[in-house]
Design a binder for this molecule. Structure first.
Ligand SMILES: *[C@@H]1O[C@H](CO)[C@@H](O)[C@H](O)[C@H]1NC(C)=O
Ligand SMILES: *[C@@H]1O[C@H](CO)[C@@H](O)[C@H](O)[C@H]1NC(C)=O
Ligand SMILES: *[C@@H]1O[C@H](CO)[C@@H](O)[C@H](O)[C@H]1NC(C)=O
Ligand SMILES: *[C@@H]1O[C@H](CO)[C@@H](O)[C@H](O)[C@H]1NC(C)=O
Length: 565
């Protein structure tokens, strides 16, 4: 007998055993829950008068197994219709011919939980003998007792039905290929007492490649497209798998490149497009050969030309290559879009910030003062924050303006914002040279507040105005704040120099609208006034402990000084 035939015979025998023989001697035996399953005691022909007794071991004792609805004793076989998880255990079968008992056989039965998502259950898969590429392989479905009624038999490979093997108990593959490897499942359906039961068996087939029996193969796709740029050096690689390094038998082959039906020359000193000398290398136990096509610098005419790499041993195998121009050499599209979106968002945010800053310039400025606690009034040797100039002795006395200058203005600036004002009528006692007084008081003030109203025309007031404006515009000693109590268009008699005041120094009084503390009027006025922490800010500055020690009265603005001395 030839060794090859012997191997086939051996395979046949082995696969027969491995696929679940009727009377299994293997232990433990795995059975799938909810399936038909049988244990058999003796395979031989039935002997007259022979009885089989089955025992299950429970807590170290052997308990006789009785026939019941789910468990059947047929001859020497123990049948489960179906087997359930709690049937797991050790079983003993003892044959007796009525006179003496033969030695008992012992099985360990393990019932496996079914994988409901799959046609097989991983724990129930057994590994068959390894197949070899080019050799035959035999499949046998699990055996069943002759007495059972088989109504269906289905084969699956990796859970896909092998349609033409339906109903076949045994079949085989003539010449295995590597693609034949996988899990083969056989489902046998039997009918018992009017109900259908399945019996599933799964074999894992591994296929081993033979080193001798490979044909060379080009590595990579049949058609290759590479992106390149004009003027770039480029190398195209064509690699062939020659065989396994172990026991590699050298053979003759030809490797070459073709363009438009012409074989490309091998590289010489002057070449600009040529095939380089091929070479072989070993990697992961495999032998490869490489042929490379070299472009000294890619030209316009090389783009979109078809280059064919051909490897010939018996019959030629080919691979094609095309060079294409890089369409967008700079940024990948997603980076570009992300960048654009970010840039647009940032500029939008920046524009919004600028707009907000313009709109809320004064608010931000005042907030900044509060946060930094800036105080411009320290150490400049001045007594007052502002000298207030308004109508005084002119007639008739306009009640409204008087009220504004003597009540509303000082009440707000002094009581709420902690400024100290000098108001001639209120603070300066009569007597003394008025001119000198006014001059010295303006000198001792940080701002000159001029309240412009229709009645602002007395000589003295004009005089104050002149001094103040002179100091502001010529000597640059004092800043002027103009409060337009009535619109300026009424005053053509006013000095032209008033026109030179910047808009930030002009504050318009809008009666009711300007009354609340958070109105635009007060904000603008405070903006023009020197920075001075308000009392509330001062209070925020002191520590909590300090604050607790003092009375809350501390936080109330000190009374404005009565006299300007
Ligand atoms: C075993 O089962 C077969 C078929 O179901 C039946 O014909 C036979 O009588 C049974 N034998 C015993 C001993 O129960
Ligand atoms: C085993 O399971 C079956 C079916 O679920 C049940 O009828 C039987 O009583 C169980 N036996 C034991 C010992 O738990
Ligand atoms: C038996 O297996 C078949 C598929 O081969 C399936 O359709 C059927 O539902 C199974 N029956 C039982 C009772 O598990
Ligand atoms: C071919 O291989 C060489 C290295 O041997 C490499 O520099 C070159 O980029 C490869 N060509 C391509 C198109 O991948």
């Amino acid at each position: 007998m030839y060794p090859e035939n012997l191997a086939v015979l051996l395979l046949l025998i082995l696969s027969f055993i491995s696929s679940g023989k009727l009377c299994m001697w293997r232990s433990p035996i795995n059975a799938l829950e909810e399936e038909y399953f049988l244990l058999c005691c003796s395979e031989g022909p039935r002997v007259e008068g022979q009885v089989a007794h089955w025992y299950k071991e429970k807590e170290g004792k052997q308990v006789l197994v009785h026939r019941e609805s789910r468990i059947d004793l047929n001859g020497t076989n123990l049948q489960f219709w179906p087997v359930v998880l709690n049937d797991t255990g050790i079983y003993d079968c003892c044959l007796s011919n009525g006179i003496q008992e033969k030695p008992c056989k012992k099985w360990s039965l393990n019932v496996v939980k079914r994988d409901k998502n799959n046609c097989f259950t991983e724990e129930h898969v057994h590994t068959g003998i390894v197949g070899v590429v080019g050799k035959s392989y035999f499949f046998t479905c699990s055996d069943t007792d002759d007495s059972v009624n088989v109504v269906d038999l289905t084969w699956y490979k990796n859970c896909v039905e092998i349609v033409d093997k339906r109903g076949k108990e045994k079949w085989h593959i003539d010449q295995l290929t590597e693609e034949d490897g996988g899990k083969y499942t056989c489902v046998k359906t039997v009918v018992h007492a009017g109900k259908r039961y399945n019996s599933t068996s799964t074999t894992r087939l591994k296929v081993k490649g033979t080193e001798e029996n490979v044909t060379p193969k080009l590595i990579g796709p049949d058609h290759n497209v590479f992106k390149t740029e004009i003027g770039k050096e480029e190398i195209l690689n064509c690699t062939v798998f020659l065989g396994y390094s172990k026991n590699f038998v050298r053979f003759q082959y030809v490797f070459y490149w073709i363009e438009s039906g012409v074989i490309i020359e091998t590289c010489q000193k002057s070449s600009s497009l040529c095939q380089m000398e091929e070479y072989e290398y070993d990697k992961d136990g495999k032998k490869h050969a490489v042929s490379q096509l070299w472009f000294k610098s890619v030209k316009e005419e090389d783009i979109n030309s078809l280059y064919t790499c051909t490897f010939t041993e018996n019959k030629p195998i080919t691979q094609t290559f095309i060079l294409q121009k890089e369409s967008n050499p700079d940024l990948p599209v997603h980076v570009f879009t992300t960048g654009m979106i970010m840039a647009i968002m940032f500029s939008f945010v920046a524009v919004m910030m600028v707009i907000l800053c313009v709109i809320f310039k004064i608010e931000l400025f005042l907030l900044f003062r509060v946060i930094t606690g800036k105080d411009e009034t320290l150490e400049d040797g001045k007594l007052y924050d502002a000298f207030v100039s308004y109508l005084k002795d002119s007639t008739p006395i306009c009640g409204e303006e008087r009220k504004f200058a003597l009540e509303i203005l000082p009440k707000t600036l002094e009581d709420h914002f902690g400024y100290k004002l000098c108001i001639f009528e209120r603070d300066i006692s009569p007597g003394g040279a008025i001119v000198d007084d006014i001059q010295s008081f303006i000198d001792r003030s940080r701002r000159l507040i001029i309240i412009l109203s229709r009645n602002y025309i007395s000589d003295q007031v004009m005089f104050e105005l002149e001094i103040g404006l002179h100091k502001a515009l010529v000597e640059r000693k004092i800043k002027v704040i103009l409060i337009e109590y009535t619109p300026k268009s009424y005053f053509d008699f006013l000095p032209k120099s008033l026109e030179l005041l910047s808009s930030s120094q002009v504050v318009k009084w809008k009666e009711e609208k300007s009354l609340p503390l958070n109105s635009k009027f007060w904000k603008k006025l405070r903006y023009a006034m020197p920075a001075k922490p308000t009392m509330s800010a001062v209070c925020q500055g002191v520590t909590l402990q300090d604050r607790q020690k003092r009375t809350s009265a501390f936080c109330i603005t000190p009374k404005p000084s009565i006299a300007c001395y």
